[in-house]
Design a protein around this ligand. Structure first.
Ligand code: SIN
Length: 278
């Protein structure tokens, strides 16, 4: 079987055909996929047929599994395989996981390097996932803004008092197991591709070290408006059997609640361990 890896936009995303990640890979394919992940930030691996165990095998082509914070939310019988769906309600409000731009689990001192979803059931239309390239967004900032933010650090907690949206339910055991807040540079240098990138997450950013909150919120808002422009985006339209893996150090992402909520959107989800950002 020959593997093809084709860019999806000029800056972000590649589509992978001709690989079955249930099966062992030869070294060249393993390396090519990992290099594409680092260079293209989002890989769309088509036509996979996974059980939950197969999905774990596939994810581990790219690294080591990192447990999710919400321990109680997992596939029945698979405590380490999380899922996203559109059928959770908290206080009468439907929760759409990932409904605003964010990066995953940035409340961890060593945030996950990657997240992957496997599409099991999809609405007949809509429900795309948008990704924005945080390298490109940083590179195109005015020099003056770069100088202002280059050495700033932000405190990321489980849920910021300024979060634009609620998160799904978390049980008490999971709360007790949460790590201390992550304190991350707003501009970091990616360990594997050497490029600088913005690292932002309004859901979890509680403060910028040494800055009054109102000033910090205005700065985060300004950076978010810049980073989420369409020119930095790859927008993924899901097909059943897609495995999409993205680099949380390089992109932010958001889910779209623009579909008929009577239809089910259900995807398996795993994350991969990362290292502290530098
Ligand atoms: C997420 O934020 O991980 C979920 C994204 C999606 O469901 O499209």
């Amino acid at each position: 079987m020959s593997v093809s890896i084709t860019p999806l936009t000029e800056h972000t995303g590649a589509e992978v055909h001709g690989v079955d990640l249930r099966k062992p890979l030869d070294d060249a394919t393993h390396e090519a996929l990992n290099q594409a992940f680092v260079d293209r930030h989002v890989l769309v691996i088509r036509d996979q047929e996974f059980t939950p165990e197969d999905f774990k095998t596939a994810a581990q082509v790219f690294g080591m599994l990192q447990p999710h914070d919400k321990k109680a939310r997992h596939l029945p019988g698979y405590p380490d395989v999380y899922f996203v769906s559109n059928d959770e309600f908290v206080n009468g409000r439907r929760i759409i996981p990932g409904e605003t731009f964010h990066t995953d689990h940035s409340n961890h001192p060593a945030p996950p390097k990657a997240t992957t979803l496997f599409a099991v059931q999809l609405p007949s239309r809509g429900g795309d996932t948008q990704y924005v390239n945080m390298h490109r967004a940083y590179e195109e900032l005015p020099d003056q803004t770069k100088q202002r933010i280059d050495h700033l650090k932000a405190v990321h907690v489980y849920i910021s008092k300024y979060s634009p949206r609620p998160l799904g339910a978390i049980d008490e055991d999971s709360v007790r197991a949460l790590p201390p807040p992550g304190v991350h540079p707003i501009v970091h240098t990616h360990r594997d591709n050497g490029r600088k990138a913005l690292f932002l997450n309004p859901v979890r950013m509680e403060s910028i070290v040494g800055m009054p909150d109102q000033e910090a919120l205005a700065l985060i808002d300004q950076l978010m408006q810049h980073a989420t422009q369409e020119r930095y985006e790859y927008r993924h339209q899901w097909r059943t059997g897609d495995m999409v893996i993205w680099d949380n150090r390089s992109v932010m992402h958001q889910a779209n609640p623009d579909y008929d909520m009577a239809e089910r959107r259900f995807l398996y989800r795993l994350m991969l361990k990362g290292a502290p950002l530098v």
